[in-house]
Design a protein around this ligand. Structure first.
Ligand code: HEC
Length: 95
């Protein structure tokens, strides 16, 4: 079921192999991110005219709106369960 959802919006075409090799460095890696964070992020792309909780991104907005919240949760749970290639990199400007 999750595979059908992933294929429906071709998630890997932008987020890359294992959702960890994005086609552009500004695109986020998803694998191993906390599932509840991913779910909130995906729901936020669906929101409109609510900048306090919403995210405004033309690409992900159009994609997230194709899915029910239950489907977004299934996607988030799946990506959160994958092996992570995320790492924490100190940013010089925060020192
Ligand atoms: C056409 C390219 C493209 C496709 C296809 C795509 N994404 Fe994205 N995704 C992006 C970009 C660009 C961002 C960063 C947007 C931003 O700045 O908020 C993003 C952000 C995200 C985020 C937020 C991650 C975070 O750390 O905040 C999630 C979750 C996500 N995408 C999941 C998905 C899922 C699930 C699919 C398939 C259903 C998908 N994406 C398909 C380009 C894409």
């Amino acid at each position: 079921m999750v595979t059908a959802l992933l294929n429906k919006a071709a998630c890997a075409s932008c987020h890359g192999a294992n959702f960890s090799k994005p086609i552009d460095p500004s695109y986020p890696k998803l694998s191993g991110q906390h599932a509840d964070y991913l779910f909130v992020a995906l729901k936020a792309y669906k929101s409109e005219n609510n900048p306090a909780v919403g995210r405004n991104n033309g690409v992900m907005g159009a994609i997230a709106k194709q899915f029910s919240n239950a489907e977004l949760k299934a996607l988030a749970n799946y990506m959160g369960s994958l092996d992570s290639e995320l790492s924490i990199k100190p940013e010089p400007r925060f020192r």
